[in-house]
Design a protein. Structure first.
Ligand code: FAD
Length: 571
């Protein structure tokens, strides 16, 4: 009779073989990945076939039979997991896991890890799939649908008093749901993204920035604790004090070190109303001086962003449905046509039950009086706090109605050192980008010296200077167009921005980074690369996790590279 150990080994070997066979079957590239190399040498793949045309796997369930799951695997309805918001990269997974518990995720990752270095199987956490270049996809691997793990924060996970208030949320929770639940207690997270239909795990893997970040730092600066499933399938609770290395690795870590299953987010007292203000500049240096002045103040607006307007007509008429000119007569004399303009967008929060309206007005007047905008272009709107934070969703609904949401999104998001911003603006807004009709161009200053110093220990990469600018070109492409609104044109324009910046020594860093070569990834991480690689070796040594970024291939490559770089002995 076989010993319990050898029985276990046999069972495991059989399981491995069955799994490998199934993966080989599932890996058959029946969806055509048509390479259409464009000018930027990026690969564009054809969209996946509709579910009914997809190959039926022979008996893929067998490999997973021994996994005792609360949720389930799906092998046939995987088309959804092979797309993302970017609509340019399509990698079909072999299976989608719909977890109902953390242990579902842990046992799946552990299972893949235990298949060893020869297995090419990977696992990608998928939040809301709002990545741009396939980052939440797993070619022939397993996609974990994090949204099926959601656990409403109202179910007893909202805690604390005084400064220590927090909420425990699932990594698959949408920020809009976190907001709605915490508002029931008069509380809210401090730092946001502009759009809230993104998951907690998805934005914490990147950073999470918006107009509150100048004061509170990115979302990753407002997390007290995480629960993470590492690339070995271990479930680890981590914080600044407990398993700190893992905690800081995961924050901004592009999903490379673990899957966030729970996050403890700091909260503050929530306002209920927002005074939302837009003013225009035609002079970039006045605009940037004012932004930098506002972010330097202790008592400032609660939200500070901005955007660039190039070659747009009828701009102010578009605003009038939601913004009211402070002086309608003066505003009607302002003509925007053709000019490059810079819009400063700020907001002051208040509580309509406790705060005196006159005091709020006086604070706003005091702040505006020090600015140098074109006086006729002061526009004001009064909205609820929830309406303000969820503002992009309104735009989404409109675009969806017109069939303009699920189009290719060749976005380029950057951090520019403050000292180089004038040079960048003069070339990029002055000659490379000739109009802003393809989508908004965001621009706002951030003051890193105000952030919690721990940010430096996270995996987020930003330029070294205290003041940096976030600049995002959020273009939508018209699918079949070969003109200025077409994908190739916009990608070529993005490349020109990058080429100019490289040549001029701007020293930018990409946010939501996308690179196609390992050298470029090393360049991106710069002095953080060695730490990044060591962390990968510690927490995901077989490179099972987050293959969609294409930073690491499976174990062999990481090992080879570590040897080359002297981090491992060549044994
Ligand atoms: P996904 O796209 O599903 O995943 C993103 C990455 O995170 C993948 O690598 C994935 O594997 C990994 N991941 C997902 N879940 C987990 C998890 N639980 N644990 C570990 N890794 C995980 N970003 C900002 O910072 N500020 C903004 O204002 C902003 N606005 C946006 C507006 C729109 C309309 C869109 C589409 C995106 C915006 N983003 C913004 C970018 C957004 O933060 C990223 O696209 C983010 O990745 C999307 O989150 P998601 O939940 O859809 O994640």
């Amino acid at each position: 009779m076989a010993s319990p150990t050898s029985q276990r080994t046999n069972k495991f070997t059989t399981l491995r073989l069955r799994f490998l066979m199934i993966m080989l079957l599932c890996h058959t590239p029946h969806e055509s990945k048509l390479f259409s190399a464009n000018q930027n040498h990026q690969k564009i793949f054809s969209p996946p076939p509709p579910p009914q045309q997809q190959q039926q796997d022979s008996n893929p369930h067998a490999a997973f039979d021994t996994l005792d799951l609360d949720g389930h695997f799906s092998f046939q309805n995987t088309a959804h997991a092979s797309r993302d918001f970017g609509n340019r990269f399509f990698f079909r997974p072999a299976a989608v896991l719909h977890p109902k518990s953390v242990s579902d995720i842990a046992s799946t990752v552990k299972h893949v890890y235990e298949m060893g270095p020869l297995s090419g199987l990977t696992v990608a956490a998928r939040g809301h799939g709002h990545s741009l270049q396939g980052q939440s996809q797993a070619d022939g691997g397993i996609v974990v649908n994090m949204e099926s793990l959601t656990r409403r924060p109202s179910q007893g996970h909202l805690r604390g008093g005084g400064g220590g208030r927090y909420v425990d949320v699932s990594g698959g929770e949408l920020w809009i749901d976190v907001l709605k639940e915490t508002l029931k207690q008069g509380l809210a997270p401090k730092s946001w993204t502009d759009y809230l239909h993104l998951t907690v795990g998805g934005t914490l893997s990147n950073g999470g920035i918006s107009g509150q970040a100048f004061r509170h730092g990115p979302q990753i600066n407002n997390v007290q604790q995480l629960e993470v499933v590492t690339g070995k399938g271990e479930v680890v609770t981590c914080s600044e004090k407990q398993n700190a290395e893992l905690f800081f690795s995961v924050l901004g870590g592009l999903g490379q070190f673990g899957i966030i299953t729970r996050a403890r987010i700091s909260l503050e007292a929530a306002p209920d109303m927002v005074r939302w203000i837009r003013v225009l500049y035609s002079d970039f240096s006045k605009f940037s001086t004012d932004q930098e002045h506002l972010i330097s103040l202790d008592e400032s607006f609660d939200y500070i962003e901005g955007f660039v307007i190039i070659n747009r007509t009828g701009l102010l008429n578009n605003w009038r449905s939601s913004f009211h000119p402070k002086d309608p007569v003066q505003a009607s004399q302002f003509v925007s046509d053709g000019k490059t303009l810079y819009c400063l967008e700020v907001a002051k929060y208040y509580n309509s039950h406790h705060d005196d309206a006159e005091t709020v007005d006086m604070q706003i007047q005091g702040l505006l009086s020090k600015l140098h905008f074109i006086t006729s272009t002061l526009f004001v709107s009064e909205v609820s706090y929830l309406g303000f934070l969820d503002r992009v969703h309104v735009a989404e609904m409109k675009l969806r109605e017109q069939g303009l949401w699920e189009v290719p999104h060749p976005w380029l998001c950057l951090f520019i050192p403050g000292s180089k911003m004038d040079q960048f603006a003069s070339q990029v807004f002055g000659s490379i980008v000739t109009d802003s009709s393809n989508g908004p161009i965001l621009i706002y200053a951030l003051n890193q010296s105000k952030w919690n110093n721990n940010i430096k220990r996270t995996s987020l990469v930003t330029p070294r200077e205290d003041v940096i600018y976030h600049v995002s070109f959020l273009a939508s492409a018209v699918p079949s167009s070969t003109g200025k609104d077409g994908l190739d044109y916009i990608l070529a324009r993005n490349q020109r921005i990058l080429d100019f910046s490289l040549g001029a020594g701007i020293g930018l860093k990409q946010y939501l980074p996308h690179y196609t070569t390992q050298e470029d990834w090393k360049g991106h991480f710069g002095s953080k690369w060695e730490v990044f690689l060591k962390r990968k070796l510690t927490y995901d040594p077989l490179a099972v996790l987050a293959p969609g970024h294409r930073i690491f291939k499976r174990q062999y490559q990481i090992r080879k590279q570590s040897i080359t770089e002297g981090l491992l002995k060549n044994t």
